[in-house]
Design a protein around this ligand. Structure first.
Ligand SMILES: CC(C)(COP(=O)(O)OP(=O)(O)OC[C@H]1O[C@@H](n2cnc3c(N)ncnc32)[C@H](O)[C@@H]1OP(=O)(O)O)[C@@H](O)C(=O)NCCC(=O)NCCS
Length: 169
């Protein structure tokens, strides 16, 4: 299996929420600047302490609680997380800004695809960022639609991507 050998991928716990929300904020404000403008990043990940940030944390919590969520954990240091519904929709996938390009997302995707398959989903799909698209294409996902979304008045691009989940994929 790819990814750091000492990395555990475990189920999400409610007491992970604050750290994961901060991880998501920090990753967006650093890594996502490769592909998105500062205005897009600011709309995507508001200050966690602001009213918009508090609302975003509530949405993140609701999504993680209502899905199968996996956390990448190095002895208590959280390296990333992702989640998928039982219908196969991946809502979040974020890797810590200091652990990029080490196979953490690949490990999380393997966990999420297995969980979705086990839940009976026939395909996995997501609204992928520009940053995530190349990795998903390498894993066999195809772009179904190029999307333009508007977040608090700021337009940005992402991609509806999917792949079938048959045994062994
Ligand atoms: C996209 C993201 C999740 C990828 O996480 P990651 O842990 O760095 O990805 P991995 O290390 O597992 O990547 C696996 C492979 O894909 C390659 N890869 C990853 N992202 C890539 C990119 N943007 N372009 C080209 N190749 C890429 C890696 O080099 C690696 O190749 P290898 O297997 O040959 O070594 C991470 O960059 C991130 O958190 N981005 C910001 C948040 C985001 O956009 N999330 C998606 C929201 S929809």
């Amino acid at each position: 299996m790819s990814g750091p050998p000492d990395l555990a991928v475990r189920p999400y716990r409610a007491d992970d929420l604050a750290l994961l929300h901060r991880l998501m904020h920090e990753t967006t404000h650093t890594v996502s600047l490769r592909d998105y403008t500062p205005a897009q990043v600011a709309a995507w990940a508001p200050d966690p302490e602001s009213p918009a940030g508090v609302a975003q944390r509530a949405r993140l919590s609701a999504s993680l609680e209502a899905s199968i969520a996996c956390v990448a954990d190095w002895a208590g240091e959280l390296g990333g997380f992702g989640n998928v519904t039982s219908a196969g929709f991946m809502d979040y996938l974020y890797v810590h800004r200091e652990h990029q390009g080490r196979g953490v997302a690949s490990r999380l995707l393997t966990c999420l695809e297995a969980a979705a398959r086990e839940a009976g989903a026939r395909q996995m799909d997501t609204h992928a960022s520009l940053t995530l698209r190349p990795l998903l294409e390498r894993r066999g996902y195809q772009v179904l639609e190029r999307r333009r979304v508007v977040v608090v008045g700021v337009a940005m691009e992402n991609f509806w991507m999917a792949k079938g989940l048959s045994p062994g994929t």
